[in-house]
Structure formats: C-alpha cells, structure tokens
Design a protein around this ligand. Structure first.
Ligand code: AMP
Length: 289
C-alpha cells in the first residue's frame, strides 16, 4: 500500500493535530470503501479545494447496518481502493478497526431527530443513528477543515450538516453532486450485487425520477398522482419500491405539491440490491407572455 496510513485513532489524532499546528488544511472523505467514481469525485474535489492533506477513511461501520442487512457481504476491496485513492489525489488513509472505533463496553448513541425519521429512516431505523455516531467520532477525532459527502445520499448530507452544527464542530460539510453511469444509474458500491440482467433494468429508476420531476415542474399540483404513476411503472418492471416521496429539501417534511425547493427521493429493491437515488427540483417559473 503506497499511501501513508493510520489504523489506530490515537495515531490518527496525533497526525491531524500536527497538520493543524503546521497550518495545513485538512480535507476529509469518509467512506466504506469499494471505491468507484462517486467516491473519487469527493477526493478530487478536496484536492481542487486546495487542501494540503486529503485524508480518506475506509471503515465498514457496523452500527449503520440493521440485523438482516448486508454487513457481512458488503464488498471489501482494499488493494484496489488504495490504488484508486492515490490516483485521485488522496494523501493519507485512515483504516480503523471495529475494535478501535467501538471499544469494549461502548454505550453512546447519537440521534439527529426528525431528519433521520422519514425516507430511508422508515425501513432502516438504525441507519442514521449509526451514521451520526460514526461521523461524530471521525469528525471529533480528526477535526478536518472540510469534509466531503455525496448528494447521492441526500438525507445523510442533511443529517451530517445538522449534526455538525448542533455539536459545534469546526468542520465545513461540502455536499457534492451525484456521479452517474452513462445510462443514468447512480454509482454505488451496492451496484455490484446486480446481475447483468438486473443491471440493464436499473436505469429505469433514474428515468422514472426524471419523468416524475418533469411532470411536477409542469403541473406542480399533480405531484401525488405523478408519484403514484411512477411507483406503478417501477413495480411493473420488477423494481420493488421501498419509498418514493416528494419532500421539502431542507426539513424533509412531506409535500403534496411542488411549491418550493424539494427533493424527490426514492429507494427500490432490485434482486439483492437496495438502490437509492434522488433529484433536487424546484417549481419552474413560467414567464408571462
Ligand atoms: P459510502 O462508501 O457508500 O458510505 O459512501 C461514501 C461517500 O461517497 C458518501 O458521502 C456518499 O454519499 C458518497 N457517494 C457514494 N456514491 C456516490 C455517487 N454516485 N456520487 C457522489 N457521491 C457518492
């Protein structure tokens, strides 16, 4: 492995303290590994922002997986990850062990209420508390100047922004655009679970979100009908809808019409994969003629 790396939180803290004392700016990209272009775009953004250090963490965080979810089978590809991370411009790696992140007898829970409850929080009740806990540990340990998150996980971005503000952490949270495959499918480590046949059907998810978004922009009061039709389209093609929803883009409160900035968000099951995606949409203001 050619990148300098840390495995113990204590080593990590000492290095980060030293960087900060030397006046070096730290950009931090937390991931669970199995890196793809989506992750690499966050590393490149940190480099482009002029950070002196771009630190990538890889940790498959057990507390954000429910008991029947894919913790054991989650892809782990450290050799490839390390090579791709260097190429994208990462300067250091943090690879903590589960034991180090969750010492014997750990008891602390972290909940960002309300923002964690709807959408993915409905079917994955332990997910955001697990994310909030691990992100708080990492940000408190490293105290980076900036931390980079992908809008593919839009709800996660909101939860982390709220957490950072509430905990008075000094880090700026930077939300970066979703990177997609050429056919529109949002890149995800979980796309590896799709069979070739399922992979061919997967872009219908993004296409359906686009169709719903267009209809909502054109007929803002028809959002509920557009969502219902979208659900039907997906189900008919064997994409089982976990949720498909239009929400206020900041509070995530439900919307039955496109009256302001909104997020159109969904999750579908396709074979062994649970795919998520979203679009940020606003009402189009028609000019009077
Ligand atoms: P994960 O390894 O899935 O926990 O993701 C680590 C970070 O990469 C999170 O901030 C994700 O939102 C981000 N990410 C994952 N997929 C994409 C993508 N397709 N485009 C942009 N960011 C992504």
């Amino acid at each position: 492995m050619s990148l300098p790396h840390f495995t113990s939180p204590e080593q990590m803290r000492q290095a980060a303290d030293k960087w900060r004392c030397e006046g070096q700016r730290i950009g931090f990209v937390p991931t669970m590994g199995a890196l793809h272009e989506g992750h690499l775009s966050l590393i490149r953004r940190s480099v482009a922002d002029g950070n002196d250090v771009t630190l990538l963490s890889i940790f498959v965080n057990p507390t954000q997986f429910g008991p029947s979810e894919d913790l054991a089978s989650y892809p782990r590809t450290l050799e490839d990850d390390s090579r791709l991370a260097v190429q994208a411009g990462a300067t250091h790696l943090f690879l903590p062990t589960e034991q180090a992140m969750y010492p014997e007898g750990h008891r602390t829970e972290v909940r960002v209420t309300e923002l964690s409850a709807p959408l993915c929080g409905q079917s994955r009740p332990v997910h955001f508390p697990g994310v909030a806990l691990v992100v708080l540990k990492l940000l408190a340990l490293i105290r980076p100047h900036k931390a980079y998150f992908g809008q593919k996980d839009y709800q996660q971005c909101l939860v982390v922004q709220r957490l950072t503000a509430d905990m008075l952490l000094p880090t700026e949270i930077v939300a970066c655009p979703t990177v997609r495959e050429a056919d529109g499918l949002a890149m995800s480590s979980r796309n590896k679970y799709l069979t070739p046949e399922q992979r061919k059907r997967a872009p219908l998810f993004q296409q359906t979100l686009q169709a719903i978004a267009s209809r909502c922009r054109e007929f803002p009061l028809e959002a509920t009908a557009a969502l219902a039709e979208g659900k039907q389209t997906l189900e008919q093609s064997g994409l089982a809808v976990d949720y498909l929803d239009l929400r206020d883009s900041q509070t995530l409160s439900p919307l039955d019409a496109l009256t302001g900035p909104a997020v159109l968000a969904g999750a579908v099951f396709l074979g062994k994969a649970r795919l998520i995606d979203n679009l940020l949409i606003e009402p189009s203001h028609k000019t009077e003629s």
